[in-house]
Write a protein that binds this ligand. Structure first.
Ligand code: GLC
Length: 427
């Protein structure tokens, strides 16, 4: 319930703020967009995807009390990555300018930087050496820092420990084990086998990319070359398509984003779920039917450990931010040690600071931290592209067709390679 209430409140705040802004073209406090007036210091807005646990408002209150002249107003956009992106990009185009600081998905840094929507940042102002190493790369574009890592994310496999224990089984470490258990054990208990985020949106890009990476394939090379037409990609896409065909991935999962899939698992309707760490808190809560009955392990792959896509978000300063000095200071505050602890303890989100993962007290209260740390350290970024949105849309569309059995995996991979090549020619 807390999640739903928090999400609803977010939408309301966003709606109120949006209405105020759209007609006036000014910021919430009435100051015009653009420029670094007041010596770069003053009030600002922070736009973010929906804050599901409602932790960010109280967290920012501390800042606002200490710095009333640099008050930050939170603007909550929808939970879904795609809808948040659409609202942000509308605002970042000429004539927009309502958002000073943007909490952007790690997948968007290149695109926002290449478009000139966010400003380059001075790396010496931020504690980059204290972060888990892979996260810093997601904040750079062409060797320049354009954002500061704030929250990281890696996929984990949640499993019903009570059921596997009863069956004398261990959690799966490979795709064949997962497939066998999902196919044979789940039906005996009247539940679905496996689900992830399979609705066509950014979440499906993540799940498809993880399947391709786990099988040893890639989508685009570092130089932007299309590398997806491979046996590994066919095997990854084939794994998920087969799951739907053979019924161990329920058809309903083709409509799931993060929240729907979390709900299905915590209602006791799934044996296995791929989701981000935030789902751990929900599934442990008092509304959950599986509290105390589940565990989380690293994602499996065809013959051993799989590869998670690196998720999370980075804080960036809009190119039309009114008060860039304050914006930089706020970002330094949000990535400081004490705030990063609260990101975990109050927000149930994975912090970017390495020391949090080794704090014995936090590990006791969040037993998945060591698994998560391993998954983040081994996670691979999504393709970096100035046309990332188009790349992601192509991956989602093709993966959806393969899972819906509209196209067999070999043809789907060839089609994806063709579409990605066409996107890279459109410069
Ligand atoms: C999570 C991840 C983000 C990803 C999104 C997909 O929010 O942190 O990186 O793009 O899920 O739905």
């Amino acid at each position: 319930m807390r999640w739903i209430r928090a999400a609803g409140r977010g939408l309301l705040v966003a709606a109120v703020v949006l209405t105020g802004y759209v007609s006036s073209g000014t910021h919430a406090d009435g100051a015009p967009p653009g420029g670094a007036g007041g010596g770069g210091r003053g009030p600002m807005t922070l736009a973010t995807a929906g804050d599901l646990t409602g932790y960010l408002g109280p967290l920012l209150e501390g800042w606002n009390r200490a710095r009333p002249a640099e008050k930050v107003t939170l603007v909550e956009l929808p939970d879904s990555a795609d809808e948040t992106r659409a609202q942000m990009t509308t605002e970042l185009r000429p004539g927009g300018g309502r958002f000073d600081i943007l909490n952007i998905d790690v997948a968007w840094t290149s695109e926002f930087a290449a478009a000139g929507w966010i400003s380059p940042l001075e790396s010496s102002r931020f504690p980059l050496d204290s972060f888990l190493p892979p996260v810093v790369d997601t904040a750079t574009y062409e060797g320049q820092l354009y954002a500061v890592p704030y929250v990281t994310n890696a996929g984990m496999l949640y499993y019903r420990k009570d059921i596997l224990d009863r069956e004398g089984e261990r959690p799966p470490r490979t795709w064949p084990e997962l497939e066998r258990q999902a196919r044979t054990i789940a039906p005996r208990h009247g539940i679905g086998g496996y689900a992830g985020q399979f609705l066509p949106y950014e979440g499906l890009t993540v799940n498809a990319t993880e399947a391709v990476y786990s099988a040893g394939g890639t989508i685009l090379g570092d130089d932007g070359r299309v590398t997806v037409d491979s046996a590994a990609a066919r095997s990854g896409i084939g794994f998920l398509a087969r799951g739907v065909r053979d019924g161990w991935i329920p058809k309903e999962a083709l409509t799931y984003k993060e929240e729907e899939s979390r709900q299905a698992f915590q209602d006791g309707r799934l044996l296995f779920l791929r989701n981000w760490p935030y789902a751990y808190a929900g599934a442990s809560g008092k509304d959950s039917k599986v509290a105390g009955k589940f565990g989380a392990v690293p994602l499996p792959g065809p013959g051993g450990a799989g590869t998670s896509v690196l998720g999370g978000s980075n804080l960036a300063v809009s190119s039309s931010a009114r008060h860039p000095e304050s914006a930089n200071d706020l970002i330094a505050y949000l990535t400081s040690g004490p705030v990063q602890r609260r990101v975990l303890t109050e927000g149930a989100l994975p912090p970017v600071r390495a020391e949090v993962y080794q704090d014995p007290e936090l590990v006791r209260d969040h037993p998945y931290l060591p698994t998560l740390r391993q998954s983040v350290l081994a996670a691979a970024p999504r393709p970096k592209s100035p046309r990332y949105e188009q790349v992601s849309l192509a991956v989602q569309a093709v993966m959806h067709d393969a899972m819906a059995q509209h196209q067999e995996p070999g043809a789907a991979v060839r089609r994806l390679a063709g579409e990605l090549a066409a996107i890279s020619r459109r410069s």
